[in-house]
Design a protein around this ligand. Structure first.
Ligand code: HEC
Ligand code: HEC
Length: 204
């Protein structure tokens, strides 16, 4: 992480001056670039893409990550973002969420979708009480932001896999009310999770 520090400190100096005009979201987004990319596309598979993700979902995550890192348990600790969100108020977080949500999606290289992943994603598995993921995340995995169901399409497989593992272990438990993702993840095998993560990465 060391080589990332210098550019991070440089942008910190400029972003701290941003006030709440429409440009403020963009100025503050510079704080996030080192990990989430200049246009919301991370180049490291453990870091999620934020471009085109739903604004309400993003805001919910930012609020919960800020609170979880601050010591209270809001169900989503992200040590890599420790300290970064603390100085920002809710309006600043909303500005960031809006800015990233508005960044255009990139076309994904044409990869063959894995049929086993497609089946589980679109149909679930009745015998194992696994609902179709598409019921909430949409048939193309583009999400449903008013319900704060996130877009999953195109997300790096390593990131998606870690989220499913974290829901299963309970490390991530911000899927309230109803614990829907913890419940579902508890029924998935490690092989299911990998297949689903690879399938989702292949979607445009
Ligand atoms: C040092 C690296 C780093 C920096 C800087 C950083 N993040 Fe993150 N961010 C991460 C990692 C790693 C995760 C995923 C953590 C996990 O596995 O759950 C993450 C997750 C997120 C998520 C959740 C996305 C999702 O799909 O659920 C949001 C939203 C987010 N970051 C926004 C931001 C914003 C806005 C900034 C700038 C203010 C920022 N991050 C700065 C590393 C970083
Ligand atoms: C009943 C609705 C529902 C179903 C069915 C469902 N999900 Fe989710 N999922 C959610 C909600 C809600 C969240 C966001 C929780 C939060 O606010 O952090 C979520 C979050 C996720 C995330 C984290 C995304 C990110 O950017 O961090 C992944 C990955 C995911 N779901 C995968 C799946 C898979 C794979 C399936 C099918 C096996 C599935 N989901 C089925 C509701 C659902």
């Amino acid at each position: 992480m060391k080589p990332l520090l210098l550019p991070l400190l440089l942008v910190l100096a400029t972003a701290a001056r941003a006030d709440d005009d429409p440009q403020a979201g963009q100025a503050r987004a510079a704080l996030c670039m080192a990990c989430h990319g200049a246009d919301g596309y991370s180049s490291i598979p453990q870091f999620p893409h934020l471009a085109g993700q739903g604004a309400s979902y993003l805001l919910k995550q930012l609020q919960e990550i800020r609170t979880s890192n601050g010591g209270a348990d809001a169900g989503r600790p992200v040590p890599a973002m420790q300290g970064l969100l603390e100085p920002l108020d809710s309006q600043a977080l909303a500005g960031l969420a809006d800015w990233f949500a508005r960044q255009p999606l990139r076309p994904v290289p044409d990869r063959a979708a894995d049929p086993a992943g497609a089946r589980l994603y679109l149909q679930g598995d009745l015998e194992r009480h696994i609902p179709a993921c598409s019921a909430c995340h949409g048939p193309q995995a583009t999400g449903n932001d008013p319900a704060r169901f996130p877009r999953l399409a195109g997300q790096p497989a390593a990131y998606t896999l870690k989220q499913l593992q974290d829901f299963r272990s309970g490390l991530r438990h911000n899927d309230l009310p109803g614990r829907m993702m913890q419940d579902i993840a508890s029924r998935l095998t490690p092989a299911d999770m990998e297949t689903l993560a690879r399938y989702l990465e292949s979607l445009p």
